[in-house]
Design a protein around this ligand. Structure first.
Ligand SMILES: [Cu+2]
Length: 150
């Protein structure tokens, strides 16, 4: 009985160390996208002009988790533009973007209003593909970016 407990504890320790050392491994550690219209400059991407999020294009592995953190001094959202391969010229959003929804990248999702300093829900990277998203308030800023899941 005592030996079994000891082995269990050793396994837990090994798991924790592995999770910290491996950027995309483990599954519990979410990758973070910084949300900041003030500090993240606009840049050109294959989908059009991005800005307000860092990185502007993030590469993630299927099976990992993503989270948005607002480091700006005012509110933003990060909201999927369903089915888009280039950024639409005008805002694609309705007021529903202001309410948090979704937990999987390939389905409809929005962080809702992210107050200064706030973190979003985690999104499971459930399916390979290119996902464009932006901010309900500052889409034309431009405030939009891209997630590439493989
Ligand atoms: Cu914004």
């Amino acid at each position: 009985m005592r030996a079994i407990l000891c082995i269990a504890l050793l396994s837990l320790t090994a798991c924790t160390n592995g999770g910290v050392m491996t950027p995309s491994g483990g599954g519990t550690q979410a990758q973070t996208i910084d949300v900041n219209l003030t500090l993240n400059p606009s840049s050109q991407t294959p989908a059009g002009t991005a800005g307000g999020y860092s990185p502007a294009v993030i590469n993630v592995a299927v099976g990992t988790m993503l989270r948005f953190v607002n480091s700006d001094g005012f509110a933003h959202t990060a909201t999927l533009i369903p089915g888009a391969t280039t950024f639409p010229a005008g805002s694609p959003y309705s007021a529903t973007a202001q309410t948090q929804s979704g937990s999987a990248l390939s389905q409809t999702w929005s962080t809702g209003n992210l107050a200064p300093g706030a973190s979003s829900q985690t999104l499971l990277v459930d399916r390979a593909g290119t996902y464009l998203y932006g901010c309900f308030y500052h889409y034309g800023g431009p405030m939009r970016a891209e997630i590439v899941a493989r």
